[in-house]
Design a protein around this ligand. Sequence first.
Ligand SMILES: NC(=O)c1ccc[n+]([C@@H]2O[C@H](COP(=O)([O-])OP(=O)(O)OC[C@H]3O[C@@H](n4cnc5c(N)ncnc54)[C@H](O)[C@@H]3O)[C@@H](O)[C@H]2O)c1
Length: 435
Amino acid sequence: MSTLHVLRNRIAQKSAVVGIYGLGYVGLPLALRFSEVGLKVVGFDIDTSKAALLNSGQSYIERITPDRIQHALDQGFEATTDFARTSEVNALIICVPTPLNRHREPDLSFIVNTVEAALPHTHPGQLVSLESTTWPGTTDEVLAPRLRAHGLEPGVNCALVFSPEREDPGNPHYGTKDIPKIIGGTTARCLELGTALYQHAIQTMVPVSSTRAAEMTKLLENIHRSVNIGLVNEMKIVADKMGINIHEVIDAAATKPFGFVPYKPGPGLGGHCIPIDPYYLTWKAREYGVNTRFIELAGEINHHMPHWVVGKVADALNERGKAVKGSRILVLGLAYKKNIDDTRESPAVEIMDLLQARGAHIGYSDPHVPVFPRKRDYHFDLESVPLSAQTLASYDCVILATDHDGFDYALLKSHAQLIVDTRGRWTSAPNIVSA
Ligand SMILES: NC(=O)c1ccc[n+]([C@@H]2O[C@H](COP(=O)([O-])OP(=O)(O)OC[C@H]3O[C@@H](n4cnc5c(N)ncnc54)[C@H](O)[C@@H]3O)[C@@H](O)[C@H]2O)c1
């Protein structure tokens, strides 16, 4: 029997061992899901503290409760930093970061490092699936040659697929299992094996003709969001100048039963995906002599939004006879979107940085982020400020950057001297300015 036959049988019988590489916001829920449906899972990460926490039944992601981790441990889940254990798994699913480098170009070093650490311990008959968002061609041009150099030929003695993660953190309606999953294989056999594996954990698989089509699909989804958010942010600036409430306009437009999709403006873009992924396509498109003008324009508008908010804060303080310099300013909501604890690329942090550079005394309050997290670009030695009538009244300005459900909006409105609202939470009031 060929090695791929053996793999197919293991998958069919659910005796396949799944290795998840990168136990972050994407990898950890996926590992728990495979475990929940009865597959043995080994989780690999380079962060020893994450592996230790998981193995002791603790979680480092707010929405993943320790009892889910304990349940997985009871099912045989283990976390490790020992890549030699790659030899024990039948599937390698790669969920590592794909950031931009200092020149805003794709940084595939996490993918390459993972593959190179695992490769010496791979063997024929394994399935490799890349989930990290990346430019079209990565699976073919970066992964396949490395496997071949190691004697692994996709479709012959190994399987290679790209299957992007579509996680929507904080979405109560769609979790890992309910979100249809795109998958493309290097060959038809690869696709068949990859689909068979994921089908145990995911309700609906959506096969496409190639790994490139799957890679491009993920980018289209995120670019679609970035461009539409850019558009609505531009509309917000125009509406503000004209004295029109953009939120009222969007709600009214959304009553059209066809042809309009509402997007909400805000203080800018955040998260690991939307501010970053579009540039993966921009970079690759250059190789084909194509300029991605929409993508770059949307990026420009979205990146400008924190500056626009700071301008509104300065104007509002000025109206009250105050300067930014020396004012006490409290930013509400550090996470990039409501009801989650993820602060990556959050515009709230950039707003804090811009205001501090102008001499403001900055504080923040976020029920999901008790301590300002370690970051590459920014550092604030701060803890979340508990909100009370007295505390709110002591700030010259409060900025609603992210509208968590956990905030007491009545308390805010009654006691803040000045609120700059970037989320359209309130209609007008003497102490509220929309931004
Ligand atoms: N977070 C989301 O909502 C989301 C949604 C869809 C797609 N994605 C994509 O999924 C990928 C992963 O994102 P994430 O949010 O889970 O990132 P993350 O930073 O939360 O987690 C990545 C994990 O990988 C680990 N890691 C780094 N290098 C490694 C290596 N060489 N080997 C093993 N582990 C390593 C890190 O320690 C970390 O635990 C990215 O490509 C991202 O664009 C993320």
